[in-house]
Design a protein around this ligand. Structure first.
Ligand code: ASP
Length: 324
């Protein structure tokens, strides 16, 4: 029996072409990836499905939910044993992490994309697609959570982030590194994730905003968010988890309105902790009921809070979830 691998296309540069006259890169009538001969192994049966054809800045949490449900359904109904999802690189890490938290199947799920469109010199799409099929078909890729494969590296959805606007080596896992490599012979893993975090969601209904702290930030934006009655706020705080004193009043008002505030750091590496006791320092923020996150970046903390809020907005429970 051949192993059944499904490629799900969602769009992005990997599915786009460059206009020779204008140089503009955009989606066309036909997805160029569907014409690539993918010869990986005669024991693999590949089928393709075009779920969306969207640039990834057009992807919303509703698309992510639909994709998550589609994957679980394909495993149940078609017995698919591995998935490759092609996606624009701009929000790829958010969709990857959404799937990591919500998909129930344990079969390998690999997201990939490209930095150069299909007809540009040095196009990386077909190569990344081929590498991703190798990973999705490998036995070792099972039980490692959702993976992201580009440029011969395997990353976890939890740690990977887009680090460069145009370089093909854009996807990196700051602090942790990739968990495997892809070679001509296949995928080789050198690390395994230590934990798993799963949720069952039927709908995504909450409005969660993401803000970045800066020197001299005041409270006005927090008051505006309170007036908008948002469901939650992610704050990319300074350093180990501190904010300017002028922003404290705003955080206080969000907490008084029972709006959860989750703090991550705007630093590229490290986690936030309640270390500093001065006005605006982490210790004071903890006393105000700010939730400390465990190393996620801002955009992924937002995905996690949206998902978590579907089952609870209890601050203690949320704090427990954000330590996972
Ligand atoms: N702007 C593109 C997108 O995310 C970038 C890419 O796919 O690499 O759809």
């Amino acid at each position: 029996m051949k192993k059944k691998i499904m490629i799900i296309h969602t769009g992005g540069t990997i599915s786009m072409s460059e206009d020779e006259q204008t140089g503009a890169v955009s989606p066309g009538e036909r997805n160029p990836l569907t014409t690539i001969p993918l010869i990986v192994d005669s024991n693999i049966h590949i089928e393709s499905h075009e779920l969306f054809n969207l640039p990834s800045p057009h992807i919303t949490s509703q698309h992510m939910l639909l994709l998550s449900k589609f994957i679980d359904q394909q495993v149940m109904e078609q017995g698919i044993e591995g998935f490759v999802v092609t996606h624009g690189t701009d929000t790829l890490e958010e969709t990857a992490f959404f799937l990591d938290l919500t998909v129930q199947t344990r079969v390998p799920i690999v997201l990939t994309g490209a930095m150069r469109s299909s007809n540009e010199i040095g196009s990386d799409g077909p190569y990344n697609l081929l590498s991703s099929v190798k990973v999705a078909a490998s036995e070792e890729a099972k039980n490692k959570g959702v993976l992201v494969v580009l440029n011969d590296e395997v990353h976890t959805a939890k740690n990977v982030t887009k680090t460069h606007t145009s370089n093909i080596a854009t996807f990196q896992s700051p602090q942790y590194g990739p968990i495997g490599i892809v070679t001509k012979r296949g995928a080789f893993f050198h690390h395994s994730p230590v934990s798993e975090d799963k949720y069952r969601v039927d709908a995504i209904t909450k409005n969660v905003m993401l803000l970045k702290a800066y020197a001299g930030m005041d409270s006005s934006i927090f008051h505006a968010l309170k007036d908008m009655q948002v469901d939650g706020v992610i704050l990319e705080a300074l350093g180990q988890g501190n904010i300017p004193p002028t922003a404290v009043e705003g955080i206080k008002s969000l907490r008084e309105a029972n709006i959860p505030v989750v703090m991550v750091s705007r630093c590229f590496n490290g986690i936030v902790q309640d270390i500093y006791g001065y006005e605006g320092g982490g210790r004071r923020l903890k006393e105000l009921g700010v939730i400390f996150s465990n190393g996620l970046n801002g955009q992924k903390a937002r995905i996690k809070l949206m998902i978590a809020l579907e089952s609870t907005n209890n601050p203690d429970k949320l704090q427990e979830l954000f330590l996972r």
